[in-house]
Design a protein around this ligand. Structure first.
Ligand code: ADP
Length: 164
């Protein structure tokens, strides 16, 4: 059975991520989305919230699960019995970052293969960072994230605004 892992920060999950999830899950028997607990990106959403937002977004994918993890991604890949790691590549700077990380990961775990899927054209410029800026400015998020994620973002922006 081919088990794949799709790791990331997912702060929050976007339709660009979901596009990769749909395509990657069609290539393996089981896909596990791995959410970094200790992301260097200082996420807006807690790891529990990021996992929950993903869980709601993947209800229509029967062979997809979500789990959080800390430490090295290759250790997580091994711990769930997976042999393939999926990443999405956008036209901008994703390639160089992936290439650097892959060289390191290959040293640590030569048996784990990386599969990069090209971002679909309509999501090339979509990132979680852009989404958060958009939400702050009151932009329309409906085409870019699932409805429950748009709600969570609006709630977050509002509470942060009130707190400040
Ligand atoms: P990370 O901190 O690991 O980059 P992200 O949540 O930003 O976590 O991204 C997780 C993965 O999804 C990465 O491989 C990233 O390149 C990919 N990705 C992010 N946005 C998109 C998108 N719009 N289309 C395709 N892939 C994407």
């Amino acid at each position: 059975m081919l088990i794949g892992v799709y790791p990331g920060t997912f702060d929050p999950i976007t339709k660009g991520h979901l596009d990769i999830i749909g395509r990657a899950s069609a290539l393996c028997q089981k896909l596990i989305i791995g959410v970094y607990e200790n992301s260097g990106k200082r996420p807006l959403f807690s790891v529990e919230d990021r996992v929950e937002l993903i869980r709601e977004a993947i209800v229509d994918f029967p062979n997809v699960q979500v789990k959080s993890f800390h430490g090295l991604v290759v250790n997580f890949v091994r711990s769930v019995g997976a042999s393939v790691m999926f990443r999405g590549l956008r036209a901008s700077s994703d390639f160089e970052r992936e290439f650097g990380m892959t060289l390191l990961n290959k040293k640590l775990a030569p048996d784990v293969e990386l599969v990069c899927l090209m971002a679909s054209s309509q999501y090339q410029f979509l990132s979680s960072t852009l989404i958060k800026e958009f939400a702050l400015l009151g932009g329309n998020l409906e085409d870019l994230v699932p409805a429950h994620v748009a709600d969570a973002l609006r709630g977050k922006v509002l509470t942060d605004f009130i707190r400040d």
